[in-house]
Design a protein around this ligand. Structure first.
Ligand code: ASP
Ligand code: MG
Length: 421
């Protein structure tokens, strides 16, 4: 069995959904599990609904949600005729689930509401895709992944309960393939044992595909994207970016760790553990080779470039010239954990610790404030973090030559530089 994951861009319009349908129809023979994300920028739109709701702006929240609803209903009209009625009914059920919530006042934490509302993006899109496939005479069925992927209640970054999930897949997903060729489900979301919806972190659909692949020992996973292949740098920033037709799990996990927006970082482990190859292919031109990620030992890679903008460098200096040792460092880690932030890079000196982080303003200010009880804290904002794997002097010069290097770290494979200017 194979798994196809379709991201938001591959289904963000009537044409794109039809194109996705063609890719699925072209895949004859084997059974297929489809993992679907929300349409286009729906998740962002739903985030604005959550924000309005949580700020007690109920009318705004309902209005913003109305836009999401209309967009889906308008799309559905062009996808289904015979099955329009049943499809519309299902979408309306999901709308109602959200609207009920929006009419109540928020009494629980933000992250809880986030997951209850945002999860509807995937429910809506996967339903439309499934009904379109059925309309096109594909022998397909739809599964609510919240009955399958069981998680803890760490809302917005839920952890998967692998044992229960495995049982659910065996009992409720695999038997469907006796009757159907294609099973359509959602990425990114799951549910707790109390039936509360959860999400696995932004862009988490790749990870969902990997969870299923791991549990059913899939032959392969294919992630359909709007890129020809994985490139060594963002082609929007670098005209001379090149495709990388073959990569190892290790390389991809490193790239994702350093911030390359290739694949959700959690995706690799479940695949590597079962040695399941991951293909990245273009839904715009499926004839292209794309990239295959596997255990293969891939040599001679070009320099792989990742740039993170909007970085802040935080210096935590001991107040009395004592060394920055275990205890204050442990306290600092605790503060990082509390404000849900992590360092992209850190470096110790005798009496200070330097951390480069994504500059989420509020979090960083809170972090600085809390840490100032233990350290003198200094911030420098508007920096960028450049990572080059398989670096060479020429690439370093090209990318950092005209900037001030505020901090540098180097291993045999990787150089990282915090840059000003
Ligand atoms: N729809 C979710 C997001 O935009 C999950 C995903 O796309 O993977 O983050
Ligand atoms: Mg996405």
């Amino acid at each position: 069995m194979k798994i196809y994951k379709f991201g938001g861009a591959s289904i963000n319009s009537v044409e794109r959904i039809k194109n996705t349908g063609n890719i699925i129809k072209d895949h004859s023979g084997q059974k297929l599990l489809l993992v679907i994300s929300a349409m286009g920028k729906t998740t962002n739109a739903l985030e604005t609904v959550v924000n309005a709701y949580f700020e007690n702006r109920k009318e705004d929240a309902l209005k913003l949600f109305e836009q999401v609803k209309q967009h889906h209903l308008d799309t559905l009209k062009f996808l289904t005729v015979l099955h329009w009625h049943q499809a519309e009914k299902k979408l309306k059920d999901f709308f109602t689930e959200v609207e009920w919530m929006l009419h109540d006042k928020p009494v629980r934490p933000y992250d809880y509401y986030y997951d209850q509302i945002v999860c509807c993006g995937e429910l809506l899109s996967s339903n439309m895709v499934c009904n379109y496939l059925i309309e096109e005479k594909v022998n397909a069925t739809w599964v609510d992944v919240r009955d399958i992927v069981r998680t803890d209640n760490n809302f917005r970054d839920a952890g998967v309960d692998w044992a229960v999930t495995q049982q659910n897949i065996e009992n409720d997903v695999l038997p469907l393939f006796q009757e159907f060729d294609v099973v359509v489900t959602q990425g990114f979301i799951g549910a707790t044992d109390e039936n509360e919806s959860t999400t696995l972190g932004r862009e988490g659909s790749d990870y969902s595909a990997a969870i299923f692949a791991n549990q059913i020992q899939a032959e392969s996973v294919t992630i359909w994207k709007d890129v020809d292949a994985i490139m060594n740098a963002d082609p929007k920033q670098f005209k001379d970016a090149v495709k990388m037709p073959e990569l190892s799990y290790h390389e991809v996990i490193e790239m994702a760790y350093y911030g390359a927006q290739v694949i959700h970082p959690k995706t690799i482990k479940p695949l590597q553990n079962k040695n399941i190859p991951l293909y990245v292919k273009s839904f715009l031109d499926p004839s292209l080779q794309g990239t295959v990620i596997s255990n293969a030992n891939v040599k001679n890679l070009p320099p792989v470039i990742v740039i993170k903008e909007k970085q802040v460098l935080i210096q935590f200096k001991s107040k009395d010239y004592s060394f920055v040792e275990d205890k204050p460092v442990a306290q600092l880690h605790e503060i990082f954990r509390r404000v849900k932030t992590k360092a992209n890079l850190s470096q110790n000196t005798a009496i200070s610790l330097l951390c480069c982080c994504d500059d989420h303003y509020e979090k960083i200010d809170k972090l600085a404030q809390e840490a100032s009880t233990i350290f003198d804290v200094e911030l420098e904002r508007n920096l960028s973090l450049l990572t080059i794997r398989h670096y060479d002097e020429e690439t370093i010069k090209k990318l950092a030559g005209d900037k001030t290097i505020v901090l540098e770290q180097k291993t045999i494979n990787t150089i990282q530089m915090v840059l000003r200017g």
